[in-house]
Design a protein around this ligand. Structure first.
Ligand SMILES: Cc1ncc(COP(=O)(O)O)c(C=O)c1O
Length: 381
């Protein structure tokens, strides 16, 4: 069954793909739905009352499909373009005062770090970084977060799965620690959505920013942000347009939408929405087993890599998700990635810590992993 499922990815043919954490390959069905949606939009309008009704319906269906996947309700979901937009909505929407403190982990993505730095400059904030990188094999990340919180901390920015080392953080515990001190939590979920079983209602993180184009294998350009209902009360929209508001009888903006739509703005690439729903649907037969299958495959890759001389996996035990990061003794990481790409094997370099990252999905085959490991062995000779 999995072989049949895998064959539904036209662009995985002839390719050995380990970059799902960068961007997922799209299943044929999602590509077809994307084309159909473009056609439908042109047929209906593209500007007409029927097309406008279709746009509203597409948004509603997509928020609902995402909410179902994430264990949340549709009113908590805002449709965005990607992870970074979701993070920016939360970061810029809070009411910052001079001297407020933001804590973030030392493993955040450069785009999010840059946004936090600009926020710091603009509002005279204090920003500090807590060292979670070194807890990959030993230590208690929650205890470190607790230690770094201050009386003036307002927000903790952290990834659910660290994009560089693949570590899965104990987010529920971290949220509890932060909330006990009235600190909100913004989660970068780039590497967790489409991988981990999630129940955002139970998790209670305030903001959870994700995208459809990585592990969900949707089209690039549509993602989302979960905003906890309690946090929505105080999170103001920053970029505002006709989708954010409800108008009065004269067409003037009367008030913001009461749900997650208040952070949506204006014209977007709506056909992407149905492609994302189709991709989510495509994974449904494996929804129960997906995370276990990802872990089985990453454990297999990890085991095979640990048997190679001159290769060191960052993690000293089997990974807890699909990211497997490793170093070469000779440090020739960029050269390895280039060498592999010449053979249609796709991985990426990470700069901090300096390593190579391979991502395995639930439909990655053992054969692909064997071919990768053999190619690394060959490069090392
Ligand atoms: C942890 C993390 N955050 C943010 C991003 C940026 O994602 P996007 O392009 O969807 O904003 C990435 C992309 O690789 C990522 O891995």
């Amino acid at each position: 069954m999995i072989e049949q499922h895998r064959s539904e990815f036209p662009f995985l043919r002839g390719k050995i793909y380990f970059n799902y954490g960068g961007q997922g390959s799209m299943p044929q069905s999602a590509i077809a739905v994307l084309h159909e949606a473009h056609d439908r939009f042109q047929e209906l309008g593209p500007f007409s009352s029927a097309a406008n009704a279709w746009i509203v319906e597409e948004g509603n269906l997509t928020r609902s499909a995402i909410a179902k996947e994430l264990g949340a309700t549709p009113d908590t979901i805002t449709l965005t373009e990607d992870v970074s937009v979701g993070c920016n909505i939360a970061l810029w929407g809070m009411d910052w005062k001079d001297g407020d403190h933001i804590l973030m982990s030392d493993c955040e993505h450069q785009g999010i770090v840059a946004a936090v730095r600009e926020l710091q400059r603009r509002f005279d904030l204090e920003v500090s970084v807590c060292p979670l990188l070194d807890t990959l094999n030993l230590g208690d990340p929650s205890a470190i977060v607790k230690q770094y919180l201050k009386p003036n901390t307002r927000l903790f920015v952290v990834s659910h799965i660290l994009w560089n080392t693949g570590q899965v953080l104990p987010l529920e515990e971290m949220v509890e620690i932060c909330h006990a001190q009235s600190v909100q939590v913004l989660v970068d979920a780039a590497q967790s959505v489409g991988v981990l079983p999630l129940n955002l209602t139970a998790l209670q993180a305030d903001y959870y920013a994700f995208t459809g184009h990585k592990w969900w294998c949707g089209a690039a350009g549509v993602g989302g942000l979960y905003v906890r209902p309690e946090a929505r009360e105080s999170l103001h929209p920053t970029f505002i347009g006709w989708r954010s508001v409800i108008t009065d009888a004269t067409g003037n903006p009367d008030r913001f939408q009461s749900d997650g739509r208040r952070y949506e703005i204006a014209t977007s690439a709506i056909p992407l929405y149905s492609a994302l729903r189709s991709a989510i649907e495509f994974h449904a037969p494996f929804a129960q087993d997906r995370y276990r299958m990802i872990c089985d495959r990453s454990a297999y890759l990890w085991e095979r890599l640990t048997q190679l001389s001159n290769v060191k996996c960052l993690k000293q035990s089997a990974p807890e998700a699909g990211l497997v990061s490793f170093q070469l003794e000779n440090g020739k990481h960029a050269q390895l990635v280039q060498f592999l790409e010449e053979q249609n094997i796709f991985l990426r370099v990470i700069l901090n810590p300096n390593c190579v990252r391979a991502c395995v999905h639930y439909f990655t085959s053992e054969n692909e992993i064997d071919l990768l490991v053999n190619a690394i062995e060959k490069f090392n000779q």
